[in-house]
Structure formats: C-alpha cells, structure tokens
Design a binder for this molecule. Structure first.
Ligand SMILES: Nc1ncnc2c1ncn2[C@@H]1O[C@H](COP(=O)(O)OP(=O)(O)OP(=O)(O)O)[C@@H](O)[C@H]1O
Length: 271
C-alpha cells in the first residue's frame, strides 16, 4: 500500500503540489489527470524521490520512503519504476542493453560498465521483450525504433526492475493514436498480468476513462477529485480542464443551462 500524507512541493513561493493525501492499494491502475501545470509530474517525481518534498510523507508498506537515502533510496527508485514521455533510452545502445539497464540496481557496477551482464539478467531482459513482441529487435539500436517501440522498450526496462509500482509520466504524449493504444495496452498488460500497480499521468480524459480504474484529478497543485472514472462527470471534467476540456474529452461542448451552479471542486473527492 502506498500512502501519501500532506505531500507538498514548493518551487520558491509556488506550491507545485499542495498538501496531497491519498493511498493506493496494490494492483490498481490509477490515472492522474489535470491540465498542464496542475502538478502531476511533480507528484510522480516526488513518489519516486526524483523531486524532494517540501512537506509531508510517503509511506510504502509502512516504510517512510521520504527518509530513505543511499542504497535504500536506489532500491526504492527501482521499485517505483518511472516511465517518461521522452522514453529516456540510450539511442546508440541496442534494445537488449537498454532493457538490461533496468537491472543496474541489482548488478555490480563493474559488470554493467564492462557490459558483462549475467546470463540470468539477459534471460530476464529477453523475457520482458517477449512480453511485448519485441524479442526480434533485441539487437537493433534504440534510436532506429519508432516512438511506440521505444516506449515499449522503456516499459520492458521498467518491468525488469521487478517493480512494485510503475509511475508513468505522460507516457503517450509524443505518440500517434495507434502507438498510443499499443503503449497503453502494454501498461494495462503489466497491471493485469503481473499485478503491478500503475500510476499514470494522462492529459487525455478519454484515455484515462478507458484504461484506469481510479482517477485522481489535480488543479493548481491540489487534489480536487479522487474516485472511479464513472464518478467524474463531464461537468467536473470541464472545471478541471477549463478551456481545454473539449480537446481532452474529444466531444462537442455541453450546453450548461443558464443559472445552474457548477459543483465546487473537491466535493466529489470529499464524498
Ligand atoms: N523544477 C521546477 N522549478 C520551478 N518550477 C517548477 C519546476 N517543476 C515544475 N514547476 C512548476 O510547478 C507547476 C507544476 O508542474 P508539473 O510539471 O508538475 O505539472 P504537470 O501537471 O505535470 O504539467 P505538464 O502536463 O505540463 O507536465 C508548474 O507551474 C511548473 O511550472
């Protein structure tokens, strides 16, 4: 169980994440939604400890992740594997070696530097590539792949970290619709087949509704919605996304009857 308590991250006087509290049970597929600048990336980066919280705590299975340092912190970063919008592969290295990078936390540095990966780790990496039908391109350079293939390699790299959770920060933001589906299906497979919790920042509300079993909505650093996708009405979505709403929902504007009051943000979260 991941528990986030009063988590805040300030940059100067601005709170990118402001007093966020929630818990995530194992095995969920959670979408973090909200407009650009809402604080989604900062939230995920704090959970992985790539960004330092200004206040609050992160607990995982009762361990205070916020207090970890040294080797324990490296192990936590492997256990809460991040996937990034820009894939973060090493383009000049082959696909298999990129996936093996996910084993760095468990392999002595001299072995990885000398490219002497143990057979056991190579087998794990090949098996991860097979999961996503990519074993046949194991020897190709990463920079020769399409964006969708690169992201699936990044997902395979995350999988070999044997994570408890995958934190995906806008993983499909630079992909076309076909590759978007392939990559989201890969994340869903990781979630359903391996039972690994997925927390995924998504700009598209349609995707979030289709793939996630729970949505956390953020606005100006605060959590303003936390519930099942079905509970997120179009009206709340419009408040979350403001002028971007039609773009993220892919629908025509809804006519709001004159004089009808919008529910206050946070009312659903509080219910
Ligand atoms: N390192 C930083 N230094 C200063 N301000 C930052 C830093 N990182 C994020 N911010 C600010 O914090 C706020 C939240 O940013 P964040 O990237 O977490 O939002 P987001 O919802 O992920 O947006 P996007 O979808 O555009 O990535 C923004 O106003 C951003 O400019």
């Amino acid at each position: 169980m991941l528990v986030v308590e009063g988590l805040t991250c300030r940059f100067g006087t601005k709170a990118a994440v402001d007093n966020a509290s929630f818990s995530i049970a194992p095995g969920g597929f959670v979408g973090v939604i909200g407009r650009s600048g809402a604080g989604k990336s900062t939230l995920l980066r704090m959970i992985n400890r790539l960004a330092e919280p200004s206040e609050g705590r992160i607990l995982f299975e009762g361990v205070d992740v916020t207090a970890l340092g040294g080797r324990d912190l490296r192990l936590w970063r492997a256990r809460s594997a991040m996937i990034f919008q820009q894939f973060n592969l090493v383009g000049r290295l082959d696909v298999l070696t990129n996936v093996l990078m996910g084993r760095l936390a468990t392999v002595p540095a001299w072995r990885s530097l000398a490219q002497l990966w143990p057979d056991h780790d190579k087998a794990i990496a090949m098996s991860a590539l097979e999961q996503f039908d990519m074993a046949s391109i194991a020897a190709q350079r990463a920079d020769q792949l399409s964006g969708g293939q690169q992201q699936r390699v990044a997902i395979a790299r995350a999988l070999v970290q044997q994570p408890s959770m995958i934190l995906a920060d806008e993983p499909i933001a630079s992909l076309d619709p076909r590759n978007t589906r392939i990559v989201m299906d890969a994340l869903l497979r990781i979630n359903k087949h391996f039972g690994i919790t997925v927390v995924c920042n998504l700009h598209s509300l349609d995707l979030a509704r289709n793939y996630c079993d729970r949505l956390i909505g953020m606005a100006s650093g605060r959590i303003v919605f936390d519930g099942a996708p079905a509970a997120l009405t179009d009206r709340i979505a419009r408040e979350l996304y403001d002028l971007e709403a039609d773009e993220v929902m892919g629908v025509a504007p809804e006519l709001v009857p004159a004089g009808s009051a919008l529910p206050a943000l946070g009312t659903v979260a509080a219910a």
